[in-house]
Design a protein around this ligand. Structure first.
Ligand code: NAI
Ligand code: MG
Length: 369
């Protein structure tokens, strides 16, 4: 099957890491005998585009994203490209796509690959869980609705709706079920993370998630306060499977999780809704290392593997599933033998040599399949 992919390289290291991800996509296309193929079209978005044109994402680029089968993003934003009110211009890209295409589920795997340094002492039980972040409600829903009174008072409103919570909870339980089906080896478990002991909106969130849990008796369920969750994700990460949580908590905990498994350079993510999916590394444009050829491309490569898995599910396409598994296995191999370890992981590979290492491993993985 052939897929139309809207490619948004963006700012800073975005174009550098996307270039490696595209080499990987082209290689799996070849290795699959074009059973899975890609029609790639790139669009100029982000802070640099905003400086040139006054728009971080044009209507044309947005329309192409809406029409594509999936979207692959590098990173958008530069700290000194700001609107007069102080908000970053590059952030318009992700917010327009997230809200416009209703990408309500932020899927953020936290997985420790062999060979990757972790700051945790005891990882005998492995680390392999997914944070499912509600992406369009919560504290961030009020991005344009916060208020300031003179120089004295500021307030934001957190939005938690029944419909929004039902669908993110269903997504979390469906993920736990599909991980179990895929032979993940652990009893399926959903952990609801909230602050229901203090705030009404979080108590409501927990109530609705608990209601969904009752419809999934095959999946174990627990609820944990967010402060304790931050502790447990460090102390006993092996006990988590799928974590479902409100927007801001998901944002914060997914960086914490990434910190336990090698950092942002390995943190892939998907922003998905019922009709659209956008895949990108969890990191930003890293202007401090842009243009040096040292950025870790693997978070973006792993995001393309997530994209293929999502396309495979949507289109019931085994070739796409296979390609996704190849990429994942190739990344694991290239990390395990050290050939893809970039500076952030304590190695000496550069961006393109890490990409080369994944391509070599892909050939081996596909030949063995
Ligand atoms: P950042 O994620 O770009 O960088 C944080 C730190 O991690 C930096 O020290 C950077 O060098 C390092 N880092 C990040 N990705 C790396 C990689 N692939 N390989 C090696 N090291 C890596 O976050 P920061 O500095 O807060 O933001 C920079 C810009 O990116 C800002 O304009 C921000 O708004 C934007 N941003 C965009 C995001 C997106 O497109 N979804 C997400 C987060 C930030
Ligand atoms: Mg974040």
């Amino acid at each position: 099957m052939s897929y139309g992919i809207a490619v948004l390289p963006g700012d800073g290291i975005g174009p550098e890491v996307v270039a490696e991800a595209l080499r990987v996509l082209r290689r799996v296309e070849e290795l699959s005998g074009e059973e899975v193929a890609f029609d790639l079209e790139s669009f100029d978005v982000g802070a640099e585009a905003w400086r040139r044109t006054g728009e971080a994402i044009s209507d044309g680029a947005y329309g192409a994203c809406a029409a594509a089968d999936a979207i692959l993003l590098g990173a958008a934003g530069l700290p000194d490209a700001r609107h007069p009110d102080g908000r970053e211009a590059g952030a318009d890209v992700i917010f327009r796509l997230r809200f416009g295409l209703d990408l309500y589920a932020g899927i953020r795997p936290v997985r420790l690959y062999p060979g990757v340094p972790t700051p945790l002492r005891d990882t005998a039980g492995g680390i392999d869980y997914v944070i499912v972040r509600e992406n369009v409600e919560g504290v961030y829903a009020g991005r344009h609705g916060g208020s300031r009174v003179e120089g004295e008072v500021a307030a934001d409103t957190s939005i938690v709706t029944r419909a929004g919570t039902l669908r993110i909870a269903e997504a979390a339980f469906a993920l736990a079920e599909s991980r179990a089906r895929a032979g993940h080896g652990r009893a399926p478990l959903v952990t609801c993370v909230d602050k229901s002991n203090v705030l009404a909106s979080y108590a409501f969130f927990r109530e609705v998630v608990t209601e969904v849990a009752a419809r999934h008796p095959d999946v174990a369920f627990e609820a944990v306060y967010v402060d304790a969750a931050a502790l447990y994700l460090v102390q006993r990460p092996a006990t988590f499977d799928v974590v479902v949580t409100e927007n801001m908590f998901g944002d914060i905990l997914s960086d914490l999780g990434a910190g336990t498994v090698g950092g942002l350079g390995l943190a892939g993510s998907g922003d998905v809704g019922d009709a659209h999916g956008l895949f990108q590394a969890a990191h930003g444009s890293a202007p401090d290392i842009a243009g040096q050829g040292i950025a870790n491309p693997l978070a973006t490569v792993l995001s393309t593997a997530m994209m293929l898995d999502w396309l495979g599910r949507r289109h019931d396409d085994q070739a796409a599933h296979r390609a996704s598994a190849w990429i994942d296995a190739a990344v694991a191999t290239a990390l395990g033998d050290g050939s893809a370890l970039t500076g952030d992981l304590g190695g000496s590979a550069g961006t393109s040599s890490a990409g080369d290492a994944v391509l070599r491993a892909l050939d081996t993985v596909a030949a063995a399949a």
